[in-house]
Design a protein around this ligand. Structure first.
Ligand SMILES: [Zn+2]
Length: 337
């Protein structure tokens, strides 16, 4: 599941994709349940004609700021976005009302998006990924393809199985929302807070001081792993970055939030920010997710490293199950008390 660094990577890609400033010419909803709100008829009546002003991220949500509406996208388990160059004549698309499989013209080759060089949080990737190497790991029909530009140019318009929503722009580009497992959701709203109102603070929010974080931890009486996964406590963390941050902070995943000292609390906040920055710098982790040149998976401290040596002390990494999710930690570095 994409977490903050992966979603941030996608947003940066999208911002470099040429969509901003263009106007929506039409929308194709291939899987109606992907659209949380409003109904399809209202979306079709509202969205065409609106101009995309900017693309941003809040937690794990992607926000496409139109004028006046905002389209919010949550990728959940398997969602992905890509930009497809389209021909001046819109493709003929027959709307399936089934699950949308095997109806559109398909290609295993997604188009290439280049990573941005700009940044607004001073956490630039230090090196660009390999943008021309794409590997599709999109689920049960996964196939992989290593492609180069010449191959791509012969596939100027590539729709994929599991495309759920297509947003066509007047500049001859289409934004495709692909989601094999169908858990992803889209919302078209006039006020994003209707969807985002319950989210906790952004990890990089300067207002989230060590003191404020300590107070938030102590206002909850919960185990750290579960609390950090709770998007109303802090927005953006998932299983990977929570395990990594807890190891860096030398805190046990089952430790109780209100037992942390101010020093432990400050160390945890610093570890969360450090791990997320590294994840963004490495364009995210490419596991169970579309390859974007991200390589954070090659630098995991504990995540999915059960039995392998802790990078700090050498003890074998342990795995426990919390709420049906695997949790990885070092029993030596991360004492319970
Ligand atoms: Zn250790």
């Amino acid at each position: 599941m994409p977490e903050l660094p992966e979603v941030e990577t996608i947003v940066r890609l999208l911002n470099q994709g040429g969509l901003v400033g263009s106007t929506v010419s039409g929308a194709t909803l291939l899987w109606p349940r992907s659209l949380a709100t409003p109904g399809e008829a209202e979306l079709q009546a509202r969205l065409p004609g609106q101009t995309l002003r900017r693309i941003s991220r809040r937690g794990k949500f992607i926000l496409l700021h139109f004028d006046p509406d905002t389209l919010l996208i949550h990728l959940r388990m398997s969602g992905d976005l890509r930009i497809i160059p389209t021909s001046p004549t819109p493709p003929v698309v027959h709307l399936p009302r089934g699950d949308g499989q095997n109806i559109l013209p398909t290609s295993p080759i997604p188009p290439v998006l280049h990573l941005p060089s700009g940044d607004d949080q001073n956490i630039l990737p230090t090196s660009p990924p390999a943008p021309l190497s794409l590997e599709w790991r999109g689920g049960e029909e996964s196939s992989s393809a290593r492609v180069d530009e010449s191959t791509l140019s012969s596939h100027p318009s590539s729709f994929l199985p599991h495309d759920r929503f297509l947003l066509h722009f007047a500049n001859q580009q289409t934004l495709a929302f692909n989601d094999p497992r169908k858990f992803g959701r889209l919302w078209l709203v006039s006020d994003p807070q209707v969807v985002l109102g319950e989210l906790g603070p952004e990890p990089f929010d300067e207002a989230l001081s060590p003191e404020a974080f300590y107070i938030r931890l102590h206002a909850n009486h919960r185990q750290l792993k579960a609390l950090l996964l709770d998007q109303t406590f802090l927005a953006g963390l998932g299983n990977i970055y929570t395990d990594e941050a807890l190891h860096l902070a030398r805190l046990h995943p089952l430790a109780l939030s209100h037992r942390l000292t101010p020093q432990q609390s400050a160390a945890l906040l610093e570890a969360i920010r450090s791990i997320l920055k590294e994840g963004i710098r490495r364009n995210g982790a490419s596991i169970d997710w579309v390859y974007r040149g991200g390589d954070f998976q090659n630098h995991f401290r504990v995540y999915q490293r059960t039995g392998q040596p802790c990078p700090v002390c050498g003890a074998p990494i342990q795995r426990i199950t919390l709420g049906q999710r695997g949790t990885h930690f070092c029993p030596t570095c991360q004492k319970r008390d």
